[in-house]
Design a protein around this ligand. Structure first.
Ligand code: ADP
Length: 450
């Protein structure tokens, strides 16, 4: 049984994991950089260890320092959260070599899914439908041209090691492919040290729909329905919903069955998310995230499950203890990511929080690590809070989110709250009528209307 968890992360997700641990009677160890000495995750942990200077490379990504912190505090498990080391197979391996439990999948599965080409080949072999494209890495520009002709323009050149939307370039026609090819490779080389690329048909009006799964160490896999994360800007999600306004129950069941069968054949353990592009009733797998996602709370709300608690139970070797038939989705949930950014230019807005009032009331959840007097460091992600609401229907969830955002006060830094309010008031958003391109067009229209 796990009795002390070191949380190798910061901010709201570190607090989220601490909360689950505390309710389970598990002690927590926070790690932090010198820039985060006053952070809420440090204040609320049972113990805290400084692991390095502000730069993430020297602190939150510093494997030796994190393992030393685990050893000196006597932690018996490590939860990586999301980002940082959460999808680093060597880290997962090293943690287990040190006799600690890694609260996540096996290093082998992290490695397989971390390379998008291997991930796609694996999923195809397991019967999961893919976006049409190249069979694997493209050896040269000529091969890219040939596949593009076969699947038809527009096409997308994507980095095998991709993440965060980097190393991804669209070629609208044959005239653009040479440039897309070289820009995507250069970006991939700079960001990931690996310039291997592949090609996919560029889908013109898909939704981004992802499926939450959990597997235990005994071969049981269940899914917790889907999240619609189509509202993205520069491939970064901003607002997520569960369930998707576009799916029917039959479609949900079918993709759920395909995904859980595939993952149970793989022997997948712990939490994972399969991401799909969905268009004209077709699901096309794009990638799998082998970790907890930022947007996991919307699933927790509609399925009445604590996913972090489940992750810890699974890492302790416990069986899930329930089957697919026991998982029920009820009502609708929406999450708004509150970033400290200018709502029009999206420039980061670090600074000190002068006033903070979190909204409350029925069906409202605020996952945040900010407090009055907290100085948002400029070194990390700009997300300072996630506001989540749950209500019986989508229309009621929208109304609840609108009133919760109205109640929310954050003073001292700029936030994207005004943008969320505009999105929620928009008739096509309210109808659920949107694709992955909707938000970029919406933002452009707002800017043009100024
Ligand atoms: P990353 O790991 O860099 O986030 P993904 O493969 O998950 O990359 O893609 C990120 C986003 O890019 C998707 O959510 C979608 O909006 C867009 N995208 C990816 N592949 C395609 C495609 N074939 N056609 C159209 N849009 C795509």
């Amino acid at each position: 049984m796990i009795s002390k968890v070191l949380i190798a992360n910061r901010g709201e997700i570190a607090l989220r994991i601490q909360r689950a641990c505390r309710e389970m009677g598990i002690k927590t160890v926070a790690v932090h950089s010198t820039a985060d000495a006053d952070a809420m995750h440090v204040r609320l942990a049972d113990e805290a260890v400084c692991i390095g200077p502000p730069s993430a490379r020297d602190s939150y990504l510093n494997v030796a320092a994190i393992l030393s912190a685990a050893t000196i505090t006597g932690a018996d498990a490590i939860h990586p959260g999301y980002g940082f080391l959460s999808e680093n197979a060597e880290f997962a391996e090293t943690v287990e070599e040190h006799g600690l439990a890694f609260i996540g999948p096996t290093a082998e599965h992290i490695r397989t899914m971390g390379d998008k080409i291997t991930a796609k080949t694996t999923m195809r072999a397991l019967g999961v439908p893919l976006v049409p494209g190249s069979d694997g890495a493209l050896p040269d520009l000529q091969a890219a041209r040939e596949v593009a002709e076969k699947v038809g323009y527009p096409v997308l050149i994507k980095a095998a090691a991709g993440g965060g939307g980097r190393g991804m370039k669209v070629a609208q026609t044959a005239d653009d492919i040479e440039e897309a090819w070289s820009v995507a490779r250069a970006e991939a080389r700079a960001a990931f040290g690996n310039d291997e690329v592949y090609l996919e048909k560029y889908m013109n009006r898909p939704r981004h729909i992802e499926l939450q799964v959990l597997g235990d160490a005994h071969g049981n896999v269940v899914h917790f329905g889907e999240r619609d994360c189509s509202l993205q800007r520069r491939h970064q999600k901003l607002l997520e919903e569960a369930g998707s306004p576009a799916l029917t129950d039959a479609e949900r069941e079918e993709i759920g069955r395909t995904a859980t069968e595939a993952l149970s054949r793989m022997g997948y353990r712990n939490a994972g998310t399969l991401e799909f592009l969905y268009q004209d009733g077709q699901f096309c797998f794009i990638e799998m995230n082998t970790r907890l996602q930022v947007e996991h709370p919307v699933t927790e709300m509609v399925c009445n499950v604590d996913l972090v608690r489940e992750q810890i139970r699974i890492a302790s070797g416990e069986p899930l203890g329930y089957t697919q038939a026991d998982v029920k989705m009820s009502g609708h949930a929406i999450e708004c990511r509150i970033n400290a950014e200018d709502p029009e230019t999206f420039m980061p807005s670090p600074g000190t929080i002068k006033v903070f009032h979190a909204p409350g009331g029925l069906g409202v959840r605020m996952d945040s690590a900010i407090y009055v007097g907290y100085r948002i460091p400029p070194y990390y992600d700009s997300m300072i809070a996630k506001l989540i609401v749950h209500a019986p229907t989508r229309a009621e969830a929208i109304a609840r989110m609108q009133r919760a955002l109205d109640e929310c006060v954050v003073d001292g830094v700029k936030t994207v709250i005004p943008l969320h309010q505009k999105i929620l008031a928009d008739p096509s958003f309210q109808k659920g009528d949107y694709t992955i391109h909707w938000l970029e067009n919406f933002v452009a229209a707002q800017q043009a209307g100024k």
